[in-house]
Design a binder for this molecule. Structure first.
Ligand code: ADP
Ligand code: MG
Length: 694
C-alpha cells in the first residue's frame, strides 16, 4: 500500500497547473503519467547566460545585453532576414529573424524602447548578431531572464521551457519526506536531504551539477538503486521457506571429495563454504555460482549434491542440452559411483521401459541423483525426497522451469543452485539476479597454460599466415575467425569464403569453412573433421563459439577483432589453451590500410593483459559506457531514471549491501527508519505507474 504522504506525487500529471488536454499526452509520453514522473525527469543540459556588453561578448556564448532599440530593417528581398538594430552601452547589437513578421517584432521591441535581450552571440565583422533571441523583455522585467536555464528533453509540441514550468509545479507538490538514509552516511558523502536533492536537480547552477556525481544526482541515484535492491531483497526473503535440512560435509561428501582427482582451488572452497552455510541454515537456498568456462563449477556442484545425499535426501542436476547432460553423467557418474552414490540420466531419448524404471527408482529413493535435460521437470518425475536442484547454464532455462523443478520437494522447499559461465559485471549481476545470492569462482584450476595473446594491425596479416604455415607443418590445429555483423550479411560470408580459399592456397593444406547459414549436417561434418584432427585449419564465423571443444587446437586467429565485444573475444579465446600445451591467440584489428588504429588497439590490449573473465566483462561494460554488451537489457535490466550503471558502480554495490543490512536489522520494517524505507520503496515503484496508466 502506498503511504499517504506520497499521494500528491502519485497524482496524474493533469493535476499540474498548465497541463491541459493538448499537452497531457505529450507530458505522459515524455515523462510518464504521474507528477512523480515529471519530478524525476532531470534536465539534460544547461544554458548559462552572462550579462555583458557588445564589445566583450564572445562568439558562441549565450549573453544578456541591455539595449535601446534603434530601428527595424525590413528585408529588401524575399529570403532575407528581418533585422532589428539596437544599441547597448558599448556598441551595436543586431537581432536577426529568419521567420516571423516585422509587425510582431515591432510590437515586442518598438523603436526607442529599452529592452533586455538574450541569445547566442555570433560575430560578423566586429558586429554582434543574435539570431532568434530567446528573450526580449522590458528592462523592468530583467529578472525573468534566468542566468541558469535547465534544458529538458523535448518533444514536438512541448518545449523545454514549458516542461520546466511543469517541473517547478511538481517540485511544489513534493512534500518533505522522512529521511530513509542513514544520517551519518549522508553527511560523509556530502549528500543533501531528499527534498533538497530534487530541488537542486531542477536548479543546476553550472555544468558540474549535471554530472552523475553531483551530490543531488548521486543521492537520487542511490535512492533509486537502494529502492530497487530492497524490493529484490524482500522478494528473496519472501521466498525463503523452510527447506530440507542438509548436513555439510557429511560422510558421502567426504568420500566424493577424496575421489576427486585434484584438490579444490581456494575459490571452489570459498564457494562451498557459502553454499554450505545456506544448506544448513534451514531456509531455502537461492544461489548463483558464477565462473568462467573451465573454472570448475561442476566439482562444487558435485559436493553440494553429496551433502544432500549424506543427509538422506536426493538431488537433481539439470543441463540445457543432451550433450551436456551426458557429459555430466559420464564424469559425475564415475565420481559418485566411487562414493556409493547412485545416479541416473534422464533425457528425452529414453525408451518407455527405461524411463519407467528410472522414475520408479527416483520415486522410491533407490537412486540418489537425477541428471538430465528438460525431461527432469516433467510432472511424471517424482522424488522420494528432493532437497537440492542444480541448474547448469541457468540462462538457458526460464523461471517457470526452475520453479517446476523446485516444486518437487513435497512438503519441504528445495534448495536451488544455479550456475552460469558468462562473467558479467557486478552491477549487472546484482540487478539481474538481485533475488539470488552470488558466489564467484575468480580463480582457475592450476595446470592450464593460458594462451599468449598478440594484438596486431590487419596489415600484418601476411606475417600471421607465414607463422601459421610453420605451425601447421608441425601438426598444430588452428581456428581462423571472421566476424559476421549479421548472419545474413552476404558480403561477410563472401569474406569468410574468400579467406578460406586464400589460406588453402597460402598454406597448401585442407581448410574447412563453417558458418551459420550452412545446412546443419554440413556444418557438423566440418566440425567433426576438425575435432578429429583431419582438418588442420577451420575458418569459421562466431557460430562455432558455443560448445566446441577441440583440445588439440592451439591457435586462434581473429580477424577484425575490433568488431567484437571484449567478452565475446574472451570466450572465443577460451577455445584454445585448454590443456598444458602452449597456445596462441592473435587479434587483428583495423582496416587493411591500418586505419582505425589506436583506440581499437587500446581496447584489445585489455585481453592481452588479463585472463580474468570478470575483469574483462567489467572493462567492456565501462568502455561501452554502460551499453548493453551482453544483450541483457531485454532480460531484466531495469530502466533507471537516475542510475548510470557505469558511473554509479560504487553506489550500486553499496546499495546492494545496504539493502541486505537494513532488512537483517529490521525484517518487518517496523522501526521509524523502516517506515521511511517503505516510503522510499513506494516512491520508486514503477509497477504502480504501469497499473495507473493501463
Ligand atoms: P566449468 O566451470 O566450465 O563447468 P568444469 O567443472 O567442467 O568447468 O571443470 C573444468 C575442468 O577442470 C574439468 O576437467 C575438471 O575436472 C577440472 N577441474 C575442476 N576443478 C579442478 C581443480 N581444483 N584442480 C584441477 N582441475 C580441476
Ligand atoms: Mg560446466
Amino acid at each position: 500500500m502506498r503511504p499517504e504522504i506520497l499521494f500528491p506525487l502519485f497524482a496524474e500529471v493533469a493535476t499540474l497547473k498548465g497541463v491541459g488536454p493538448r499537452i497531457e499526452p505529450l507530458v505522459k509520453r515524455l515523462a510518464g503519467p504521474l507528477v512523480r514522473d515529471v519530478l524525476f525527469t532531470a534536465p539534460t543540459n544547461l544554458i548559462v547566460r552572462r550579462r555583458t556588453v557588445s564589445t566583450e561578448a564572445a562568439e558562441g556564448e549565450t549573453a544578456i545585453f541591455e539595449v535601446v532599440v534603434d530601428r527595424l530593417i525590413k528585408p529588401a528581398k524575399i529570403g532575407q532576414p528581418i533585422k532589428l538594430r539596437a544599441q547597448d552601452a558599448a556598441g551595436f547589437v543586431h537581432l536577426v529573424w529568419f521567420q516571423g513578421s516585422p509587425q510582431q517584432i515591432e510590437r515586442l521591441a518598438p523603436p526607442g524602447s529599452r529592452r533586455v535581450v538574450s541569445g547566442k552571440v555570433e560575430r560578423f565583422g566586429g558586429e554582434v548578431q543574435i539570431p532568434h533571441p530567446d528573450y526580449i523583455v522590458p528592462v523592468e522585467r530583467a529578472a525573468e531572464v534566468p542566468p541558469f536555464e535547465p534544458v529538458y528533453p523535448q518533444t514536438q509540441g512541448l518545449t523545454s521551457r514549458q516542461f520546466r514550468k511543469l517541473a517547478l509545479g511538481a517540485l511544489e507538490a513534493a512534500p518533505e519526506l522522512p529521511e530513509w538514509q542513514d544520517a551519518a552516511w549522508l553527511a560523509r558523502r556530502g549528500f543533501p536531504g531528499w527534498r533538497a536533492a530534487v530541488t537542486a536537480l531542477h536548479a543546476p547552477g553550472g555544468a558540474a551539477d549535471l554530472a552523475p556525481d553531483a551530490p543531488a544526482r548521486a543521492r537520487l541515484a542511490y535512492d533509486e538503486v537502494l529502492a530497487h535492491q530492497l524490493a529484490l531483497a524482500r522478494r528473496r526473503r519472501a521466498r525463503v521457506t523452510v527447506a530440507a535440512p542438509v548436513l555439510a560435509a557429511g560422510p558421502v561428501s567426504q568420500r566424493v571429495e577424496s575421489a576427486l582427482p585434484f584438490t579444490l582451488t581456494g575459490a571452489q572452497k570459498q564457494a562451498l563454504v557459502e553454499i554450505r552455510s545456506d544448506l544448513t541454515s534451514g531456509a531455502q537456498m537461492g544461489r548463483l555460482l558464477q565462473g568462467d568456462v573451465g573454472s570448475g563449477k561442476t566439482a562444487v556442484a558435485a559436493l553440494a549434491i553429496a551433502d544432500a545425499v549424506s543427509s538422506g535426501h536426493q538431488a537433481a542436476l539439470m543441463a540445457p542440452t543432451e550433450i551436456l547432460a551426458r557429459q555430466h553423467m559420464e564424469k559425475l557418474g564415475r565420481l559418485f559411483a566411487a562414493a556409493g552414490v547412485r545416479a541416473v540420466l534422464l533425457t528425452g531419448r529414453d525408451t518407455a521401459g527405461e524411463r519407467r524404471d528410472k522414475l520408479a527408482a527416483l520415486a522410491d529413493g533407490a537412486v540418489h541423483v537425477a541428471i538430465g535435460t528438460h525431461a527432469l521437470f516433467q510432472d511424471a518425475v517424482t522424488f522420494r525426497s528432493l532437497a537440492l536442484a542444480v541448474i547448469d547454464e541457468q540462462h538457458r532455462f526460464g523461471v517457470s522451469e526452475r520453479q517446476r523443478l523446485q516444486a518437487k520437494g513435497g512438503d519441504h522447499g528445495v534448495h536451488l543452485l544455479t550456475m552460469s559461465a558468462t562473467p558479467i559485471p557486478r552491477t549487472l549481476e546484482m540487478t539481474r539476479f538481485g533475488d539470488l545470492d552470488v558466489s564467484r569462482l575468480t580463480e582457475k584450476p592450476p595446470g592450464r597454460t593460458p594462451a599468449t595473446t598478440a594484438v596486431l594491425p590487419q596489415a600484418r596479416i601476411g606475417d600471421v599466415v607465414q607463422r601459421l604455415r610453420v605451425a601447421v607443418a608441425r601438426g598444430a590445429q588452428a581456428y581462423w575467425i571472421c566476424p559476421l555483423v549479421e548472419e545474413s550479411e552476404a558480403s561477410d560470408l563472401a569474406a569468410a569464403t574468400e579467406r578460406a580459399n586464400d589460406l588453402r592456397r597460402a598454406l597448401g593444406v585442407e581448410v574447412g569453412l563453417a558458418h551459420g547459414r550452412m545446412p546443419g549436417p554440413d556444418r557438423e561434418q566440418v566440425m567433426a573433421a576438425f575435432s578429429e584432427g583431419r582438418l588442420p585449419v577451420l575458418v569459421a564465423t562466431t557460430v562455432v563459439e558455443v560448445g566446441v571443444d577441440v583440445p588439440n587446437a592451439s591457435i586462434m586467429i581473429i580477424e577484425h577483432a575490433d568488431r567484437f565485444g571484449l567478452a565475446q573475444l574472451h570466450q572465443l579465446r577460451g577455445r584454445v589453451g585448454r590443456g598444458a600445451k602452449a597456445s596462441a591467440c592473435t587479434l587483428l584489428y583495423g582496416g587493411e590500410d591500418g586505419g582505425l588504429g589506436e583506440t581499437a588497439r587500446a581496447r584489445l590490449e585489455i585481453l592481452r593483459r588479463t585472463e580474468d573473465g570478470f575483469e574483462i566483462a567489467e572493462e567492456d561494460f565501462r568502455l561501452r559506457g554502460g551499453g548493453d554488451p551482453l544483450g541483457l537489457r531485454q532480460s531484466g535490466f531495469p530502466a533507471y531514471r537516475f542510475v548510470d550503471p557505469v558511473q554509479h558502480r560504487d553506489l550500486m554495490l553499496a546499495a546492494h549491501d545496504d539493502a541486505r543490512l537494513i532488512l537483517s536489522r529490521d525484517p518487518e520494517l517496523g522501526s521509524s527508519r523502516g517506515e521511511a524505507i517503505r516510503v522510499l520503496e513506494a516512491l520508486f515503484d514503477w509497477r504502480q505507474e504501469r497499473a495507473a496508466s493501463d
